[in-house]
Design a protein. Structure first.
Length: 273
């Protein structure tokens, strides 16, 4: 049997389609999300409805964003889902989550078994909407999940860790073996819960600057701060901020990146404009 075919549908690689088929895993994810009827849930990439169907039992309405036109059409004709669904046949990377939250009058609960080819940029897209999002549950490849939860000093700690942990509390929920999908991905997967902070622990004045500092620092991750960020911060400045110039990007905490971003905003406003 062709291992790319599921429920009569041929999984398309270009859309990152790995359909969930393991009922225990599906049930565990739905339980972890714990949807309530009064909430506004948004699924990214509903596909053939593996999560959409069971979660819809708890809801009167549900918004889904599906890029694949054939799958969106299939959902429109779904015997019991279609009446509950608002389907956006579009790229989730261009979706305006704050507009939807505004229309719904409440923060959104976003979830999905994400297409692994766009999971990281999609999360960066979502970080710009965290004030409109109550929480997120995503199936991700294990390596990306490890980066989300990584702490300073570990190999996985990078730009994604800093930005995710700036905006959200990140909690691993469930490990998922590759045989739970059709076709099975080449990597193991993990479901992660991200809960945006209502009050940020280390607020920065300008997240654009924070983002750019992490890009510069981690593009030279083996270098010390004195070398990687020396053009932005003098040794005296790092000293005043209490940050050791001999640290490497991977040893700098989220709080310290935020300190650096705020100092730069106050002292060199024009740097990235
Ligand atoms: N939720 C289904 C499941 O668990 O079986 C499908 C998950 S599959 C890994 C990813 C889904 O995201 C597919 O349905 C795919 O067509 C859809 N998709 C891919 N790229 C997308 C994008 N940029 N925006 C929205 N949906 C996308």
């Amino acid at each position: 049997m062709n291992n790319r075919v599921h429920q009569g549908y041929y999984a398309r690689k270009r859309f990152g389609q790995n359909f969930l088929k393991d009922n225990n895993v599906i049930e565990n994810i739905v339980t972890a999300i714990h949807a309530q009827c009064s909430e506004e849930l948004v699924e990214i990439g509903p596909g053939l409805g593996a999560l959409t169907e069971p979660i819809s039992q708890y809801l009167d309405t549900l918004t889904v964003i599906e890029l694949d036109r054939d799958l969106a059409t299939r959902l429109q004709k779904h015997p019991f889902l279609s009446a509950k669904l608002t389907i956006y046949q579009q790229d989730a990377m261009t979706f305006d989550f704050s507009l939807l939250a505004q229309q719904k009058g409440q923060r959104l609960r976003v979830f999905g078994n994400l297409p692994y080819n766009i999971a990281t940029p999609l999360m960066f897209h979502l970080f710009s909407y965290t004030s409109s999002v109550k929480d997120m549950h995503f199936m991700l490849q294990k390596e990306v999940a490890n980066r989300l939860i990584a702490k300073p000093g570990s190999k996985a700690y990078g730009r994604l860790s800093v930005m995710a942990q700036y905006y959200c509390r990140v909690i691993p929920v469930l490990e998922v073996p590759s045989y739970a999908f059709t076709p099975p991905p080449k990597v193991e997967s993990v479901v992660v819960r991200l809960v945006p902070f209502v009050e940020l622990p280390y607020p920065v004045i300008d997240t654009y600057i924070l983002s750019n500092i992490t890009i510069e620092a981690f593009s030279k991750r083996r270098k010390t701060l004195r070398n990687s960020l020396g053009h932005l911060f003098s040794l005296d400045t790092l000293d005043v901020l209490g940050i050791d110039a001999r640290l490497r990007a991977e040893n700098v905490t989220v709080a310290q990146y935020c300190q650096l971003a705020n100092w730069l905003k106050m002292h060199q406003n024009k740097y990235w404009e």
